[in-house]
Write a protein that binds this ligand. Structure first.
Ligand code: GLU
Length: 289
């Protein structure tokens, strides 16, 4: 099997120094291991993905000295594959339509919390979905859908993980192949994650797992901020019969206040540094490479 790495940015802002670290680590690891380096454009959010950001991704990565295989996979061309994955999860009886908006769920949770008991949060800090619709009859589901209300398709996580053996993943530094450790997946910490929506048969968790398998990705190298999501990804891989890649969740590039970089932070954008006369080698050195 050829070691296959990927960098998978979302074109909803300009790439910053944190993206440069992720892209360069993947590119150099592929080079070091005589493997492949793929670029994947994660543009399923059609309201936020913009062509100018996608063009800037190619330009900025090229300027940093990266080269990737063509054609580049764009997730917006992959909705049929995500729809098929959702269908197979639905056939397993693991999906349910969830109708509460974020605001409605927040209101319900606030009510419950007033009674004194704190509501559980997921690893990103969002309250777990209440899941009142989990046990609705098929008939009730069908009639709510027919009424035209918007809904999300959520994974019944307790049921899904209850039917699987305990899962985990191997954390392996691609530059130090002897250093490996096994991590335990904790999918219940996420509750019933969204896998699709009424009009969009996809979510980040679903598309990333389907495409890593489709592209033969053997090494997922990404920031530490995505480490907890790997628990969800392992469940989806197990349910969909997809292979388990190796993972490496690298350090994050922080700003001067110790915060994780956000796409909105213009001063950290690769193109802003470039316009200011910073060289690619200086960008790499500035992020510790
Ligand atoms: N598209 C995701 C992002 O921009 C990264 C996905 C991944 O590496 O799993 O943060």
């Amino acid at each position: 099997m050829i070691p296959t790495f990927r960098f998978a940015p979302s074109p909803n802002g300009y790439l910053h120094r944190g993206h440069a670290l992720s892209a360069l680590l993947n590119f150099r690891a592929a080079e070091r291991q005589g493997g492949r380096f793929l670029l994947r454009i994660e543009d399923i959010d059609r309201t936020r993905a913009l062509a100018r950001y996608e063009d800037a991704i190619y330009e900025d990565l090229g300027w940093l000295g990266l080269a990737w295989e063509e054609p580049v996979l764009r997730q917006s061309a992959r909705f049929p594959a995500y729809g098929a994955a959702l269908d197979s999860l639905a056939k397993l009886g693991l999906l349910y339509p969830a109708f509460l908006s974020r605001g409605e769920a927040a209101g319900l949770i606030a009510d419950r919390e007033r009674s004194g008991k704190p509501w559980r949060r997921d690893p990103d800090g969002a309250p777990l979905y209440p899941g009142l619709e989990r046990d609705w009859s098929d008939q009730r589901r069908r009639s709510e859908i027919a009424s035209g209300r918007p809904y999300a398709l959520r994974l019944d996580m307790a049921r899904a993980s209850g039917g699987l053996p305990p899962l985990g993943w191997t954390e392996a530094d691609p530059f130090a192949p002897a250093v490996r450790s096994r991590r335990t997946a904790e999918p219940l910490a996420w509750g019933d994650v969204v896998l699709g929506r009424k009009d969009v048969p996809a979510s980040y968790h679903l598309s990333v797992v389907v495409d890593d398998a489709f592209q033969g990705v053997t090494h997922v190298v990404r920031g530490r901020d995505l480490a907890a999501a790997t628990s969800v990804h392992r469940v989806l891989q197990a349910l969909l019969g997809l292979p388990e890649p190796l993972y490496f969740h690298h350090r994050l590039v922080l700003d001067e206040n110790g915060h994780k970089l956000a796409k909105s932070r213009g001063s950290q954008a690769i193109r802003v540094l470039r316009a200011a006369g910073v060289s690619p080698a200086e960008v790499a050195a500035g992020i510790g490479l």
